[in-house]
Design a protein around this ligand. Sequence first.
Ligand SMILES: Nc1ncnc2c1ncn2[C@@H]1O[C@H](COP(=O)(O)OP(=O)(O)OP(=O)(O)O)[C@@H](O)[C@H]1O
Ligand SMILES: N[C@@H](Cc1ccc(O)cc1)C(=O)O
Length: 529
Amino acid sequence: MATIAAMAAMRTFLCSNNRLFFFPMNPKTPTFLLHCNSNPIFSRNNHKNHIFFSSSSTRRIQSAQETLETQNQEMGSVLRPNVVEILEERGLLESITSENLRSACSNPNLSPLKVYCGFDPTAESLHLGNLLGIIVLSWFQRCGHKAVALIGGATGRIGDPSGKSLERPELDIQTLERNTAGIVNTVNMILGRWDRSRNLIMGSEKTSVLNPNLDVCSGDSFVILNNFDWWKEIRLLDFLRNVGRFARVGTMMGKESVKNRLESEQGMSYTEFTYQLLQGYDFLYLYENEGVNVQIGGSDQWGNITAGTELIRKILQAEGAYGLTFPLLLKSDGTKFGKSEEGAIWLSPSMLSPYKFYQYFFSVPDVDVVRFLKILTFLNMDEIRQLEEGMTGPGYVPNSAQRRLAEEVTRFVHGEEGLLEALKATEALSPGSETRLDWKTIEGIAEDIPSCSLSYDQVFNISLVDLSVSTGLLESKSAARRLVKQGGLYLNNSRVDSEGKTIEAGDIVDGKVLLLSAGKKNKMVVRIS
Ligand SMILES: Nc1ncnc2c1ncn2[C@@H]1O[C@H](COP(=O)(O)OP(=O)(O)OP(=O)(O)O)[C@@H](O)[C@H]1O
Ligand SMILES: N[C@@H](Cc1ccc(O)cc1)C(=O)O
């Protein structure tokens, strides 16, 4: 804090040269920039056809990257695809604070950008709405820039009023810490996966480093920080004197997040009113100390992001900080994907299994699927257009586009292993499928579907019709008999055609479980105790 004024003077001079915006003066920063310079480099001409971005085709990524790097090394320049144009083309761009960002992000004579997105630890897991921030960060990462995920350990104690009609509930420290750990883990898994695959291609065996206290974590193309690390040192008087003085109350009152709340019955506390200044100062701190020059967020973050660019302009007299927002991801009924709604789509596998996550995307309505493919995957646009055309063509197998969407998003969030788990469970849960069921697979899906426990005697030699009723799968024996006649009752995915079928020892999978299905959707796992 004390250094701000001195820095501001130096910065005035340095900012007269555009290039220097990307070389902050903090001695820590150049190390980062060195890392960034080793990022994969891409030909600008190829950005429209980014096969190398598809996470499903490592081999194609490899050859494309190698070729491009050789070309670029020969030309002696650092070419990066224009990430802003890519985001725009895919429907991921709502607003930017300055058109100069378009040239800054692909100018071969400038250093890569450092781009941050903040996440307050208000829940144990991030959700589908938050995934957009990670995806946009990853686009920057893939275009040769450095991604910074900021966990709001400090701002989470205050509560962002943006888009909220009521004051946020206060969270205790243990909850905040637990939530922080969960979010760091998810972000590290997702951004770290790209980092590792990139390093593999570059012939390096480096992996991301997770600090044991889970506060900071980094790889070559990304870093995770926690704003509590600097806020814990800041004193109120210093803050008011050095930062508050530059914030105009009129401007603060004009922000959407404040205007909306002032009109509400509950009004707004001073604590939440200051939130925009805290986030604004984060940007200034990161600009100054980490060389971060872009902040991204959902469109509801515009007021907080511009609070940061304004502080940087006023206090540091620097113009080289940019803000970029993406549209909020909405369901077809116009409501926002968030955590408050019923059935949130959580990213953490402990809150929503990869199987359920996959199923969500597999079942999105046709009207949403192309939009989701553009926003939520890294598939190139030609491939998406082909999938779209295929949907209205002859012989289209329903849900093929959804299948592709589900595979890509599940792989991005849960990795290849998570996708395999989801596919295995999907197959296992398809009545009539050929997959041999094993106990582990059934246990894996048990948390996603109803289950019950019965003793061996309650199961062995009992008729399937009786068991369907005693387990609660069906309401009555007559309904069970009817279903057998219609060919809709399954035991371990095999159709049962006899009403008199009784459970034999060999039916109990690995001596531990049974899977009963009434039609395609209604299932029951029976554990034998
Ligand atoms: N549906 C969404 N689409 C795009 N970005 C979103 C969406 N929901 C949240 N975000 C972004 O994620 C970040 C954190 O969101 P925030 O915690 O305010 O919302 P939330 O988790 O959706 O809360 P709630 O469900 O309680 O409204 C913000 O940058 C916000 O813009
Ligand atoms: N305000 C953001 C989180 C955030 C926190 C601190 C920042 O510096 C940036 C963003 C949210 O609502 O989730």
